[in-house]
Ligand binder design. Structure first.
Ligand SMILES: Nc1ncnc2c1ncn2[C@@H]1O[C@H](COP(=O)(O)OP(=O)(O)OP(=O)(O)O)[C@@H](O)[C@H]1O
Ligand SMILES: [Mg+2]
Length: 264
């Protein structure tokens, strides 16, 4: 199945905004939790350098989709490949894949007993076996980039939520991932901190990072997304450029979802 990662005609070829070659390829993915089917017939190709925003009602399978891409959840059937390699089941190959896929969650998940710098260098030291001086030098560059370089010696609890989430982004970037997954990275933040995190994400997108972003921040989608994927009931119902999607949603589910967003 992995040969299809190089298929020159991805199934979503009706979408005109396209960047590099296929990087994340999900084909006919099904995911069950017991009897419950959380993902149905998911076909999704994300090209290198592309920014895909995933939206949809609560329970539609957005988090499940993200979690299958770095194998935090196994799939029932179908295939997922990253850069032409089917996601390995276990062992060293799985660890290598996880390094290729950076993930930022709603909760910041920093290690509370480690400093900011130690949080960011942990993966490069333990997984990539980098030299400490090199890992620290790279971590400092990343922390500066997300605007918290001067906080490197502090513990996570000494930082604001927005700062912690930016550290979480730096920590994921420290592994030099091929793709970054964001699952509602701003929904646990106080309103005044949302933009500082979104600004970092917009700049990452502008730098060409491949990103899959689950978010309710439609401003971010309009500004940074190449494509919006709308999910409902575990299926991809519609995908379009942000402009097309927000001005002319095709499906009743998407119309309904958007009308509710606008009214509250
Ligand atoms: N570990 C699990 N065991 C059983 N069912 C689960 C599990 N995780 C998720 N589900 C179910 O799968 C469906 C999809 O859940 P998921 O968390 O992917 O939705 P979501 O789109 O991310 O929702 P939200 O917007 O609320 O975060 C839901 O019906 C949920 O109850
Ligand atoms: Mg979710």
């Amino acid at each position: 199945m992995t040969a299809s990662a190089h298929d020159p005609a991805p199934k979503t070829s009706n979408i005109t905004v396209r960047r590099g070659d296929p990087l994340v390829v999900m084909e006919n993915v099904q995911k069950h939790y017991g009897d419950f089917q959380a993902l149905t017939d998911i076909d999704l190709t994300v090209n290198r350098g592309e920014v895909v925003v995933v939206i949809g009602p609560s329970g539609s399978g957005k988090s499940t989709l993200c979690r299958t891409i770095n194998r935090l959840e196994t799939i029932t059937s179908g295939s997922i490949s990253i850069d032409g390699v089917e996601i390995p089941a276990e062992g060293k190959a799985l660890a290598a894949l996880r390094a290729d896929v950076g993930m930022v969650f709603q909760a910041f998940n920093l290690f509370s007993h480690l400093t900011i710098l130690e949080n960011v260098t942990l993966g490069p030291l333990k997984v990539k076996k980098m030299r400490k001086a090199d890992a620290e030098a790279e971590a400092k560059v990343l922390l500066d980039r997300v605007g918290v370089g001067h906080q490197a010696a502090k513990l996570p609890a000494q930082l604001s939520g927005g700062q912690q989430q930016r550290v979480a982004i730096a920590r994921a970037l420290a592994m030099k991932p091929k793709v970054m997954l964001f699952d509602e990275p701003t929904s646990a933040l106080d309103p005044e901190m949302i933009n500082e995190v979104l600004d970092v994400m917009v700049s990452l997108a502008q730098d060409g990072m491949t990103m899959i972003v689950v978010t309710h921040e439609m401003g971010f989608a309009r500004k940074a997304a190449d494509r919006v994927v709308f999910m409902a009931d575990g299926q991809i119902v519609e995908e379009a450029t942000p402009d097309e999607f927000f001005t002319n949603p095709k499906s009743d589910r998407a119309k309904d979802f958007l009308s509710k967003l606008i009214t509250h």
